[in-house]
Design a protein around this ligand. Sequence first.
Ligand SMILES: Nc1ncnc2c1ncn2[C@@H]1O[C@H](COP(=O)(O)OP(=O)(O)OP(=O)(O)O)[C@@H](O)[C@H]1O
Length: 242
Amino acid sequence: MQPRDKIIVEGVSFSYGQNPVLKDIRVTFAEHAVTAVMGPSGQGKSTFLGLFNRLWDDVPGARMEGDIRIRLGGRWLSPFSADLPLPLLRRKVGMIFQEPNPLPMSIARNMAFPLKLAGLKDKAVIEEKIRTALEQAFLWEEVKDRLEKSALDLSGGQKQRLCIARALILEPEVLLCDEPTSSLDTKAAGVIEELLIQLKKQCTIVTVSHNPQQVGRIADRILMLHDGRMTPMAPGAVEYHA
Ligand SMILES: Nc1ncnc2c1ncn2[C@@H]1O[C@H](COP(=O)(O)OP(=O)(O)OP(=O)(O)O)[C@@H](O)[C@H]1O
């Protein structure tokens, strides 16, 4: 069966003030796939990723033209739609970053935090959701006996899996990953790679990576960003120096 589109990007250009970064990008993203965005440093990969959850809303002078549609809850919506308030958009389009960013509080409170922001109060439901998300992120077994301990004492790889679990707890339909393994050692990075492959069953994943080997292992599709333009790459054809 042909995979369905999850995201459609139509003629998107983006600039920071006088600095044009993205030029007339037209691309679609398939549901339940890992799509990797590659390209040399400073070409706009993070900028592109951040368009899907309006990360650049508050940057002075930032301007986007064109259209983005994301199929959320069965409806095609623009991230800028009045039907999609920013907190809801960010629940449905989760994001993880290069440096894991747990909050300076316990593992359990890190996990409960987004649920409480979303208005959930039932303690038993929160506990169940925490367990499910930590299991999905391959972290439960490692932390189940230390949920009340500080998240800051976890290893780098564990912190990144905690951040993934914290995004998953909101049941996102899209997960944006901005170089999610670049601060990790090879072993910890391998766990995250395996995790992303598993997570595409439940989410559509768009990941930025500088690592052609990694992309070869995890991506169903590769897009190269260069000079503001985006081009699909054949698997195996990816070779560049960042
Ligand atoms: N908040 C911002 N304000 C102004 N310019 C920015 C901002 N963020 C990024 N830029 C500029 O936009 C361009 C693209 O940056 P971006 O971080 O998106 O590239 P990248 O491909 O993700 O880079 P890298 O691979 O090094 O992470 C760069 O010229 C950068 O200086």
